[in-house]
Design a protein around this ligand. Structure first.
Ligand code: HEM
Length: 408
């Protein structure tokens, strides 16, 4: 009996030693208290090493970036994880796809939650990427040396739309079938290559089993792999381009330097505050998404019926601005506007060469470009809102207070 307490204490001590050994084997050392240790955390950690070891303190203020780039990244990871769960059950064939989605919604443990999370995170990602792009534009963060990173960003925007659009078809319900039919028709309006591109995308002349298999392969493999590669490159470039864009300072010699005087904008180690702030953004984002997924279900209509078009047949909401333009002119909506917009976005940093205003929201010296951007943005928002809310059967116009005439 005498030896009993000693044995218990010995067991606890062994347990603590094991815990310490485990902690050290993962984190290599005790909790980092000194500046030197804090810098080492970032350098020695596989995930954290994409950060600079120190950042300007203004990087921590919410209004510097609103965490939007980070949110895009998190949403991509959430899509990945929930997508793998859905892949365990989904089958990309016209005979089985819809039934598998019903199983996910009604039979499989956490199936509905995972499907809802996947759907709402995808919608949120389109919105977050667009907002992140606007943040970068309005703070002039695409100016040298960040021009190329802006181009990577434009590619990521296109890939995000591609991810969302290819996923749209997979439930194989009336909504997805007709949305993809309309969306791919818009593609075919492009001169010379348009019809061929549509044929390659669908594996035929209409949306059918080949189209489903192609969209599935693009959605679960080709586009995410490319996006993952470019996201890595994009985030690495943020650090290589000198961290987040920050305001130019006029130094006593009169020449402009990109480094602000330390007194006005001090530098802090990335660990712990920036890392903790990033974790907080994740927790809040995840809580919001889970809440949305518990409250609202991802849409699912009846099974796709190629012989019974839904009326109106609407493209996914982020293409409804284009569909609205196509309803006036296929050439303008399907060809000119998307081409000019994409070229405008791609080459923006190369024709807007006037220096000044980097890292400052709505800088006065950039007012010309800011107005141009805002007018384009307003055009996109207005046409999208018309397409989403004010178009009924036969694409006829109606006011919301007259009541939704309902699909026919
Ligand atoms: C999947 C999509 C994207 C991801 C995951 C992503 C991620 C990020 C992250 C984490 C940052 C640093 C922090 C921040 O600014 O919030 C960043 C910065 C940046 N992003 Fe993105 N981004 C994406 C799309 C875009 C798009 C569409 C554009 C523009 C067309 C863009 C252009 C830039 C630029 C130029 C910077 C540097 C900003 C600065 O120095 O202040 N990104 N991005």
């Amino acid at each position: 009996m005498d030896g009993h307490p000693n044995r218990v204490l010995g067991f606890l001590a062994a347990l603590r030693a094991l815990g310490r050994q485990l902690y050290r084997s993962i984190f290599r050392g005790s909790y980092p208290a000194s500046l030197r240790q804090q810098l080492a955390v970032v350098v020695n950690n596989l995930i954290l090493h994409v950060h600079p070891t120190r950042v300007f303190r203004r990087s921590l203020s919410p209004q510097t970036t609103f965490g939007l780039g980070l949110i895009c990244f998190y949403l991509f990871i959430i899509e990945w994880v929930t997508g793998v769960y859905l892949m365990f059950y989904y089958e990309p064939s016209t005979g089985a796809a819809y039934g598998r989605i019903l199983d996910l919604d009604y039979v499989i443990t956490f199936g509905r939650l995972m499907r809802n999370l996947h759907r709402w995170a995808a919608e949120a990602m389109v919105v977050a990427v667009a907002l992140h792009m606007c943040r970068v534009f309005y703070t002039g963060a695409y100016k040298p040396p960040r021009e190329f990173n802006w181009i990577l960003g434009v590619v990521l925007l296109l890939l995000t739309l591609a991810l969302s659009f290819t996923g749209y078809l997979l439930p194989w319900d009336q909504l997805s079938f007709w949305a993809v039919t309309v969306g791919t028709n818009i593609v075919s309006y492009a001169p010379v290559l348009g019809p061929k591109l549509r044929f390659v995308l669908l594996g035929g002349d209409s949306v059918g089993s080949d189209a489903l298999l192609r969209f599935y392969t693009l959605h679960v493999l080709a586009v995410p792999a490319l996006a993952a590669l470019i996201i890595n490159y994009h985030i690495w470039r943020v650090v290589k381009d000198g961290g987040l864009a920050h305001p130019l300072q006029r130094h006593p010699g009169g020449e402009e330097k990109t480094a602000p005087a330390p007194r006005t904008d001090p530098v802090i180690p990335t660990f712990p505050l920036v890392v903790y702030a990033e974790l907080l953004v994740f927790v809040v984002l995840m809580a919001g998404l889970v809440a949305a997924s518990l409250l609202f279900d991802a849409p699912l209509e009846e099974e796709a019926n190629p012989l019974r078009p839904s009326n109106p047949s609407k493209a996914p909401w982020y293409f409804l601005g284009l569909q609205e333009l196509v309803s006036y002119s296929a050439f303008w909506g399907g060809v000119m506007v998307p081409t000019v917009l994409t070229l405008f976005l791609l080459f923006l940093p190369y024709f807007d060469r006037k220096a000044g205003g980097e890292g400052v929201w709505f800088a006065r010296e950039r007012m010309g470009m800011i107005i141009v951007w805002t007018v384009i943005l307003a055009g996109i928002v207005v046409t999208t809102v018309i397409g989403v809310f004010l178009r009924g059967p036969n694409w006829s116009f109606y006011w919301p207070w007259q009541g939704w005439p309902g699909p026919q």
